[in-house]
Design a protein around this ligand. Sequence first.
Ligand code: FPP
Length: 246
Amino acid sequence: MALFKRKTKPAAVERVLPEHIGIIMDGNGRWAKKRKLPRSAGHNAGGKVFRKISRYCSDIGIKYLTVYAFSTENWKRPKEEIDALMKLFKDYLEEALRDFKEDSIVVRFIGDKTPFSDDLKALMIENEEGSKDRDGMVLNIAMNYGSRDEIVRAVKNISENVKDGSLDIDSIDEDLISDNLYTAGQPDPDLVIRPSGEYRISNFLLWQSAYTEFVIMNKLWPDFTEKDLDEAIDIFNNRNRRFGGV
Ligand code: FPP
């Protein structure tokens, strides 16, 4: 963990900076409803905040940021809303490579790409390939992501290896399971932030968040600001992390 020094304000306060932050970007629908707008307007506003907060995290020196953009369960939403979301993802991904270049952000997708349209899949791969040699923050965008689905896949992979004799069952340990998840090779999140006041994990990074600090904030995602992120980091700094010890 690095010491946190804000680049944006001169009188910097030193504190511990989480290495990996996860964000459940929740509350877009309620934000739109409050304004009598269609839900898609909430997602559009949320998209702008996604871009702003990603840049800010990179700016202050976060090494890994994972944002929950679309879950394996979100396909149950009305077609109109899904279509609007897919269009929004496409619009953002068309810009993302250029957008995040200045900050040297590495773009990764966690989740199963299979059900997305060919256009969107191609953009996801283009973003991953085009940014993989950068040396900045790793931005994991969770799309068609579900943690249970991720764990099932890991179990299947490992079982295949046991079945074909390339893996001894006694070599299965926690590291091996972590290595078979989408986040293989990355540190577990230190902090997960959920705006919108809901006290739920919603199938997000279940294995990885065994010792994560959760901060729930009473702000809808489209209203979330850099100051809110600072506040979440402050709350994280006031927690006493014991990882099961005393
Ligand atoms: C949950 O709020 C939010 C989503 C399902 C979509 C999140 C997507 C974005 C913020 C766009 C980001 C864009 C990219 C490219 C990553 P909700 O709709 O469940 O809100 P509600 O609980 O108030 O109804």
